[in-house]
Design a protein around this ligand. Structure first.
Ligand code: BGC
Length: 736
């Protein structure tokens, strides 16, 4: 190369380099280099989800947008969307076509209340966790997180990228057949736990969901009931649970419910969907209808429903026509689509596409057992009958329906399929193969352990009579699609317990229920454990507690009333007779339920009405004892409550310390509300100082006049202790 050519080469090379650098530094090119996304800028992981959604949106055709607004049928649904290929589904409750040419994946949805649904028909396996109300009895945000993490992992392993879990309708009507799917009667407890569960579930890169928004508090006539309630009552109770859950989890989706609220169906209720959820709470995700809970196109769209499941009855062709004729604006359409796309980016399902894998069976069982141990509530323990002393027991009677083979689980769309058998029928009673008999026998190898189903009460009593101790496992099955007629145990189980207890005063009852139970035999038995629907490893967890390998720490997240007569609505309202409705699901409401008790949900009702209860909210025993002292309450941007808890007994244990507040009289509130709690682990004799910050929202009232929350001036009484009816520490503080 001569000198001139050398100079020309250097100049050219430098210019190419400089141009290259300039291009590289331009935003678009930088995106390309960092995100490795070709010309798909929305694939740049460093951009905010909203920006990414906007970038895709501007590339999409009208048909592609409409396809995101609806599901495409589900297995067993009478019809499918003709244009969709059913083989694209993953066997779950619904699927939404993606936009393959733009890299937007199919959304594969599965129910996953206490584990992933539909394993049997798909040839898969899922862990059953304890039911949701059980997990609420742990009062433990970390346990809630472990719960969500496990479900998120198993969803992805099975090829799903959206959960339909996250039920948080508070227990306003405890006969509700879905009480086991929810988190109890207190909005702050329920909201905190569902929020932590869903935050961790979504962190596994699935689209999170919280449901059923809102006031779907009974199953009877759920598609035709019009719930009448004041704004203040709903904001401070049912809606507050959602508000807190959504604040914590930032879920990508919220499912609107079947019922109507104050005249409009929840899935076309502007107050619920737009004014409260999207505006006031600033919810950025999308609203998905409960299955066939959509009733209109234009009204629902204007009210804030973003997505119809499981079909396209209102959000398919009809929606397209409404856009084309100008009845629905492009801006409104784009808002729905934007919310769905941003949720896909925000949850990580685009950047981390689902890859099927083998479920970690052993890992799941360990987590399930551990959560069950934290969720089982010791309700009665006379003269320290528990924990059982395996060194002394020679003979143990295990009595109760199926107590040799399994424990009952909650039904409906929450149902997790047990291993080793085919898919259950809808509303079939499903017993999980976790055997109380085997688990108890394993704990007491030196004892003779015998079983009686209790079908013949005399034979069960005879076995109890010749045994050192009788452990009776009784159940109350509940499910979506029906409500409990009463809290009495079915199949004459009350009579069974009475007869066994008459034969042996060392009788312990283990309840497997989804809601409260009445206990006419309570004074005759020595011990009672509430195990709820205890999941895949329930029997081992119960045995660990019975024999003291685990010290119980759970507390009731709902009141157990003495009888239905003490409920705000002693008689459950049901729809008019089938004949009058032509026996079909109405697209209009046929009856009203007036929630006149308003703010008085659960313990707030019994407190206000001075009604004694069987077991109060927040109640649960331990094998050790705790004492409380030294309450200090300090005002600041948040109120700070500190006190000391001491383990005054002789073994290590955990105490859930609860803080309640009575608002100033001018507030017109029920006598007290839960405002905070802390689970304190203490060795025998150990003390710890506990400090709890109370958010101003938790002390506020909802003012209908100004449509906002108000912290009222006046005297606030803080009460601290181990249950809503055992609050030894009391301090008053004035707020200006
Ligand atoms: C239930 C929902 C569930 C959906 C899909 C409905 O019947 O109310 O909770 O997610 O079905 O299975």
């Amino acid at each position: 190369m001569n000198r001139l050519s050398r100079i020309t080469f250097v100049v050219l090379a430098t210019s190419v380099f400089a141009i290259g650098i300039t291009i590289f530094l331009k935003p678009g090119f930088r995106t390309l280099a960092q995100g490795q996304s070709g010309n798909r800028q929305w694939m740049d992981k460093t951009l905010p989800p909203d920006r990414r959604a906007d970038l895709v949106l501007q590339e999409m055709t009208l048909d592609e947008k409409i396809a995101l607004l609806h599901g495409n049928g589900m297995p067993g649904w009478p019809r499918v969307v003709p244009s969709a290929n059913p083989s694209l589904g993953n066997g779950g409750a619904g699927f939404v076509l993606g936009v393959p040419r733009l890299g937007i994946p199919i959304i594969q949805m599965s129910d996953a209340a206490y584990g992933v649904r539909s394993s049997a028909e798909n040839g898969r396996y899922s862990t059953a966790l304890p039911s949701n109300v059980a997990s609420a009895a742990s009062w433990d945000a970390q346990a809630a997180c472990a719960y969500g993490t496990l479900i998120g992992r198993e969803l992805r392993a099975q090829g799903y990228n959206m959960t339909l879990g996250g039920g948080v309708n508070i227990t306003r009507e405890p006969r509700n057949g879905r009480t086991f799917e929810y988190m109890g009667e207190d909005p702050i407890l329920a909201g905190t736990l569902v929020g932590n569960r869903m935050k961790c579930e979504q962190a596994q890169h699935v689209i999170g969901d919280i449901k059923h928004y809102a006031l779907n508090d009974q199953e009877s006539g759920r598609n035709e009931v019009n719930v009448i309630i004041s704004k203040r009552a709903m904001r401070e109770s049912d809606l507050l649970a959602f508000q807190i859950g959504i604040q914590i989890a930032d879920p990508a989706a919220v499912m609107c419910s079947y019922n109507a609220v104050n005249g409009d169906y929840a899935c076309e209720n502007k107050y619920l969907l737009t004014d409260v959820l999207k505006k006031d709470w600033n919810f950025k995700g999308f609203v998905v209808s409960d299955w066939a809970g959509t009733h209109s196109t234009e009204k629902a769209s204007a009210a804030g429903l973003d997505h119809e499941e499981p079909m396209d009855d209102f959000y398919g062709e009809k929606f397209k026509q409404a856009v084309q004729s100008g009845k629905i604006s492009t801006a409104e359409l784009d808002d729905h689509v934007h919310r769905i796309l941003r949720s896909e980016f925000a949850s990580g399902i685009v950047d981390d596409p689902v890859k099927k894998s083998v479920v970690d069976v052993e890992g799941g069982l360990e987590i399930s057992r551990h959560i069950a141990e934290q969720s089982t509530v010791l309700l009665k323990n006379d003269q320290g009958i528990l924990p059982l002393d395996r060194a002394k027991l020679r003979t143990i009677a295990v009595i109760g329906p199926n107590a040799d083979t399994g424990m009952i689980s909650g039904g409906g769309s929450a149902q997790v399929d047990p291993p080793g058998r085919g898919a259950p029928e809808w509303k079939e009673h499903v017993w999980f193969p976790t055997s109380p008999l085997k688990a108890i026998a394993a704990k007491a190898p030196g004892a003779t352990v015998e079983f009686d189903s209790g079908a013949d009460r005399a034979s069960a009593a005879a076995l109890a009579k010749k045994s050192d101790v009788a452990i009776v496992f009784v159940y109350q099955w509940t499910s979506e699609d029906f409500d409990l007629p009463s809290f009495s145990l079915p199949e004459n189980q009350d009579a069974l317990i009475e007869q066994v207890a008459a034969a042996n005063s060392h009788t312990i009852v283990v309840l497997e229920t989804g809601s409260a139970a009445t206990m006419p035999w309570l004074n005759q038995v020595a011990g009672v454990l509430e195990a709820w629907y205890a999941g895949s490893k329930g029997a081992v967890a119960v045995a660990n507690i019975l024999f003291g390998d685990v010290n119980p720490s759970a507390k009731l997240p709902m009141t157990f009333p003495r009888s239905e007569a003490d409920l705000p609505h002693p008689k459950l309202l049901t729809p008019p007779p089938e004949e009058r409705r032509g026996g079909r699901r109405e697209a209009k409401t046929t009856f009203e339920v007036h929630y006149d008790e308003g703010l008085k949900v659960g313990y707030k009702w019994y407190d206000a009405e001075n009604k004694p209860v069987l077991f109060p909210f927040g109640y649960g025993l331990s094998y050790t004892t705790f004492s409380y002292s030294g309450l200090k309450v300090t005002a600041g941007s948040e109120m700070t409550v500190s006190f000391t808890v001491k383990n005054s007994g002789s073994r290590a244990g955990a105490e859930i310390a609860e803080v309640y507040t009575a608002l100033p009289a001018s507030a017109g509130e029920p006598p007290k509300r839960l405002v905070g709690w802390n689970k304190v682990h203490l060795n025998a004799g150990e003390s710890k100082e506990v400090t709890i910050s109370v958010k101003p929202l938790y002390l506020s009232v909802y003012d209908e006049g100004s449509d906002g929350w108000k912290l009222l001036p006046g005297s606030y009484t803080f009460m601290v202790g181990g249950s809503s009816q055992s609050l030894p520490l009391v301090e008053k503080i004035d707020l200006k």
